[in-house]
Design a protein around this ligand. Structure first.
Ligand SMILES: *Cc1c(COP(=O)(O)O)cnc(C)c1O
Length: 369
């Protein structure tokens, strides 16, 4: 068999699929350029690292590694249920919230069906849609954010899933809660609504997110959150979905029995209880956001106001060469050309020292192009 023949055996959606481009790992840049003191502000990770309590829980769980994990995730689900005044029947655990998005696609999408999402929205929505053989319908953005009116209009009888990222990655845009609730209430009964709140913990108090209150009213609503961002556990892969018991049941039917490893389960449970670490994380983010945007202002650059732990800045020229020049200065950021934002770079908020190192590198790079 030729490899060409092999490629043709794959499902049509898989043949066309362009894999997700992750942020460049520090180790890779070290190998490529032979430099050290690299900082990565490219994947919206927690610059403080994980909670000490999570690390202690992992150490304690190590001797049990020969045993399969608890496939029901009993303790973590119970902790989440307690935190959000839900029951474990409302909660789906995933290998990152990415897996929850995949479960939705597996349960509700197939060739001939459609998923609706916004331009500039998180890249995983088109990926899981296409892998399921379904058609992705991209709705043009409004001021870099979701145009909910247009998204509603894009829904057809074939639409089974609508993905909404709030705040959105990579733009950081935030929808008003009133607007969002109205949107969900207006959806036809043929559509599941995925509300991706991966950056929930960073959202300020002006218009607090209260989507959990809507779960009882909308059985087709799925809220996804993660331990990868504010909780600093991206390497362990834990995310969760919150939805009606019926929707939760459907997602669990297509879930692998041991999708979360045992260290991830205990670490997430401990991290959830470490309120101080979370508070510190949010404070570092708030200060860092101010530090970066003040730096942009001084450089005459505009940015998209962000509710997350990252900010997309308009470089007023193609971002890719600047990204590469920054790599040579040991700073990894994220070019967002694949998100149809060719002139922007997305910068994850780091520690004060990291932000400073980035701003210094950016200033040098801009002076030489
Ligand atoms: C980072 C991110 C996720 C998921 O990350 P996981 O590590 O899989 O939990 C989901 N949605 C958005 C918008 C993200 O930026």
């Amino acid at each position: 068999m030729t490899t060409n023949t092999l490629y043709k055996l794959a499902l049509a959606g898989v043949q066309q699929l362009v894999p997700y481009q992750a942020g460049k790992p520090i180790s890779e840049l070290e190998r490529e350029l032979g430099i050290s003191h690299i900082i990565k502000l490219a994947s919206n990770e927690n610059p403080l690292g994980p909670s000490k309590k999570a690390l202690a829980a992992i150490t304690q769980a190590l001797p049990e590694l020969a045993l399969y994990p608890d496939g029901s995730g009993f303790a973590l689900k119970q902790a989440l249920a307690n935190k959000y005044a839900l029951t474990p029947e409302h909660i789906t655990l995933g290998n990152g919230s990415n897996e929850i998005l995949e479960l939705v696609a597996r349960a509700f999408l197939a060739p001939g069906l459609e998923a609706v999402f916004s331009q500039h929205a998180f890249a995983v929505y088109p990926l899981v849609t296409q892998a399921a053989g379904a058609t992705g319908v991209v709705v043009p953005a409004l001021n870099y954010g979701h145009d909910l009116t247009a998204m509603l209009q894009a829904i057809t009888p074939q639409t089974r899933v609508v993905f909404v990222a709030n705040p959105n990655n990579p733009t950081g845009t935030l929808l008003s809660q009133a607007q969002l609730r109205e949107f969900i209430a207006a959806l036809p009964d043929t559509v599941v609504c995925v509300l991706d709140e991966a950056y929930f913990e960073f959202v300020g108090a002006t218009d607090p997110i209260n989507s959990i209150d809507w779960l009882a009213e909308f059985p087709q609503l799925l809220i996804t959150r993660t331990f990868s961002k504010a909780y600093g556990l991206a390497g362990l892969r834990v995310g969760y979905g919150m939805s009606s018991p019926a929707l939760t049941d459907l997602l669990n039917r297509v879930r692998q029995p041991f999708n979360n490893n045992s260290l991830a389960l205990v670490a997430a449970e401990a991290a959830l209880a470490d309120f101080e670490h979370l508070q510190q994380t949010v404070a570092v983010n708030t200060n860092g956001m101010q530090q970066l945007t003040e730096g942009f202002k001084a450089l005459g650059l505009e940015w998209i106001p962000s509710a997350g732990n990252f900010v997309a800045v308009d470089m007023q020229r193609p971002g890719q060469p600047l990204y590469e020049a920054l790599l040579h200065k040991g700073v990894i950021v994220r070019p967002v050309g694949v998100y149809q934002l060719p002139n922007h770079l997305r910068i994850s908020i780091g520690t004060e020292a990291e932000n400073q190192q980035f701003l210094r590198a950016l200033t040098e790079v801009l002076a030489h192009v």
